[in-house]
Design a protein around this ligand. Structure first.
Ligand code: SAH
Ligand code: SF4
Ligand code: F3S
Length: 468
């Protein structure tokens, strides 16, 4: 494996574009401070990228707004993982036409995973003439240059880099949350699950240096962050290609050992690489949340093989059972795909059996969506969408029962929770370490603090509690 090319800081060239843009964007906005709006689709990787784009917009002098009507620059950061995600983008970009008509100086840019697919980027370019800038996931570090060229050239711009195994450190981050934050540890994916577009749009796996990650985590803790989530498509292969020998379990342990009162989470783990060492680190360290998101996708070995997941149902259960033994309070969550091409009803039943056996806290469930360019998209698929939707309903019903049972079992116990947000007037949502939401009657001043909550009531999978 070739080593990873990591820059220490953002290039001076981009700094120069930022300087130029400060005046330029101010003038274009009618001699006032410009507004920037970024809308994010898809996974936390995109959320994290958007935080960098917002960071750069701020450096250009923009105020970050949640209202697209106010904006002078609008960026949509898109997701390609399923057709539904793409359809939403097409619909929402269509709706921007009116804004552009009202404010001709508005710059509309599209980036993210959809833009890495040439046929999609072409369709966008042709369908939406008011989109001035299209750029892919590999050129985010050049965002200042791209904005500058788009506004000064008067031409529409498309930029997509190739995946050159590089990591660009030193980009500014405008974090959306003030006490919960994302921290990418690696980019890309090498797994090529046969249904998945991510390896094609995100490029090869590459890990950040431990020192950069620890430095960022320390800064977050110092700034008052109470929860840090380490991010990667497959965090368990962290460290591959780095000069220094390390792995994810070691990194996780080092982050958790930073001084301060905070929690660490991570996602996503691939079952083929989930090690006992990782489970041991979670078990031994109080600051690492007792929660493991471990997508199994399907309970049938034949289908798992067709998915190119490279583990069996038995191997999956082995690591899950080890984790349950080591971490008694462990909460397991997972992703499941229903209706992979050719999956029979009997094979689907194996998925249900696995769900019954593991008893997940919650599941992210998806009906298979063919993605152009992936091997699975070429497979014959005799089952209709209607049949798949029926199976999905069966799965959801099963999971609702399991979740309700788990929640009922928590009543009367007391948990440490992080108070997160207002759910409605007088009611706040808090989250336990094992990732279960508890509703509390409490004042909004407690948002962003740790509290102890006694669970007083479980209504299906919603818990009510009181602060003790
Ligand atoms: N890297 C993570 C997941 C990334 S995508 C992992 O491997 O766990 C998030 C989830 O989307 C996947 O776990 C999978 O369940 C789902 N997914 C990906 N491609 C899909 C497709 N073509 N159709 C339906 N679901 C898909
Ligand atoms: Fe997609 Fe598989 Fe990579 Fe996850 S591990 S991003 S499902 S290819
Ligand atoms: Fe979507 Fe890209 Fe994430 S395809 S799921 S935003 S890596």
């Amino acid at each position: 494996m070739s080593s990873i090319n990591i820059t220490e800081k953002r290039s001076d060239v981009q700094d120069q574009y930022i300087e130029l843009l400060k005046d330029l964007l101010y003038m274009r906005a009618g001699n006032k401070q410009p507004y920037g709006y970024v809308r994010t689709y898809g996974c936390q990787q995109n959320v994290s990228d958007s935080e960098k784009i917002k960071g750069m917009l701020e450096e250009m002098g923009c105020i970050i707004t949640e209202e697209p009507e106010k904006a002078d620059i609008i960026i949509f950061n898109t997701c390609a993982v399923r057709e539904h995600a793409e359809d939403r983008v097409f619909g929402n970009v269509g709706a921007l036409k009116a804004l552009k008509r009202e404010k001709p100086s508005l710059l509309i840019g599209l980036c993210g995973c959809m833009m890495e697919q040439e046929h999609i980027a072409d369709r966008i370019y042709k369908s939406f003439p008011y989109v001035g800038l299209v750029f892919g996931t590999h050129v985010i570090h050049k965002f200042p240059e791209l904005v500058y060229n788009a506004v000064t050239s008067g031409k529409r711009l498309v930029e997509r880099g190739n995946d050159d195994g590089k990591i660009y450190e030193g980009l500014p981050v405008h974090r959306d949350g003030s006490f919960k934050g994302w921290l990418p540890v690696m980019y890309g994916c090498d797994n090529f699950c046969s249904y998945c577009i991510v390896p094609y749009v995100r490029g090869r796996e590459r890990s950040r240096r431990p020192s950069a990650i620890i430095g960022e985590a320390e800064a977050m803790v110092k700034a008052g962050y109470k929860e840090i989530t380490l991010l990667g498509q497959n965090v368990n292969s962290y460290g591959k290609g780095l000069d220094e020998k390390t792995d994810f379990a070691a990194l996780l342990n080092d982050v958790a050992n930073i001084d301060g009162d905070f929690w660490v989470r991570f996602m996503t783990s691939h079952p083929k690489d989930a090690s006992e060492k990782l489970i041991d680190v979670i078990a031994e360290n109080d600051k690492i949340c007792n929660h493991l998101h471990l997508p199994f996708q399907c309970g049938s070995n034949r289908v798992l093989d067709k998915m190119n997941r490279r583990y069996t149902r038995e191997k999956y259960l082995e690591i899950v059972n080890y984790a349950k033994r080591k971490i008694p309070d462990l909460s397991l969550t997972s992703d499941v795909i229903v209706g992979f091409p050719g999956e029979t009803y009997e094979e689907f039943q194996e998925t249900l059996d696995l769900i019954r056996e593991v008893k997940f806290t919650s599941l992210f469930t998806f009906i298979y969506s063919p993605r152009v360019g992936t091997p699975a998209a070429k497979l014959d698929d005799p089952y209709t969408h209607e049949e798949k939707a029926k199976r999905m309903a069966e799965l959801l019903k099963l999971q609702e029962g399991i979740a309700a049972e788990r929640c009922a079992g928590m009543v009367g116990k007391t948990y440490r929770v992080l108070v997160e947000e207002q759910a409605r007037e007088g009611v706040l949502n808090a989250r336990t370490q094992n990732n279960i939401v508890v509703e509390l009657n409490a004042p909004t001043e407690l948002i962003g603090t740790f509290q102890y909550a006694e669970i007083t009531e479980a209504r299906n999978w919603i818990l009510r509690g009181k602060i003790v």
